[in-house]
Design a protein around this ligand. Structure first.
Ligand code: SAM
Length: 180
């Protein structure tokens, strides 16, 4: 499987979605994606995500602006495929093996406001993480966990350039400062 995996957060609204979009990006990073595109610009959001990358390591890119259709077209023109997470799609267990076997780089779309019908048509896969309405954060988290076969929760993703590293402990908090 190609290692290049990015997220497109469709329709982020700076006044309403800051917290959910931040968590979407943090899940993307923690669970092994390479970066996230937003089709709107929110400088505060970018600074917050990049602050986490600076402290806890990367690489993880945050790209803002440009229309969703341009982002998708650019991705597909460069040989990538698009996976749209939606409760209306095919169940994750039915499609995940095919997605893992495809060598193409993957752009995973999650919505905030209503996703236009065109995205359902141009996506190579519309994937449901259950056919019930819930959350883009949860859907992305479970999708990435299945895609990367549990690597993140096993702790086997390497983050580079971190200033801080958490030392797992049964009680309390242990954080090590790294000299990189
Ligand atoms: N109201 C919006 C609409 O009608 O399209 C959806 C809001 S939902 C909270 C935001 C995003 O979460 C969706 O666009 C989708 O990407 C994701 N999502 C929610 N439930 C999902 C599910 N069961 N499977 C996959 N993705 C899901």
């Amino acid at each position: 499987m190609s290692k290049e995996v990015a997220i497109l957060r469709y329709g982020h609204r700076p006044a309403r979605d800051k917290r959910v979009s931040t968590h979407t990006a943090l899940v993307a990073r923690a669970f092994g994606a390479d970066g996230i595109f937003f089709d709107t610009t929110d400088k505060e959001l970018k600074v917050n995500i990049e602050g986490v990358v600076e402290r806890f390591g990367g690489p993880f890119f945050v790209e803002m602006g440009g229309s969703w259709s341009d982002i998708i077209e650019r991705w597909q023109t460069k040989g990538g495929e698009v996976i749209h997470l939606t409760m209306y799609g095919l169940p994750l267990p039915e499609v995940i093996e095919g997605i893992k076997q495809s060598p193409k780089k993957k752009l995973i779309i999650v919505g905030s406001e209503k996703v236009p019908g065109e995205i359902y048509q141009i996506s190579e896969y519309n994937v449901a993480v259950t056919n019930q309405p819930h959350s883009e954060i949860a859907a992305l988290c479970i999708f990435l966990d299945r895609l990367f076969e549990g690597n993140a929760v096993r702790g086997s993703i390497q983050f580079k350039g971190a200033k801080l590293k958490i030392i797992p402990t049964a009680r309390g908090k242990r954080v090590m400062e790294c000299n990189s």
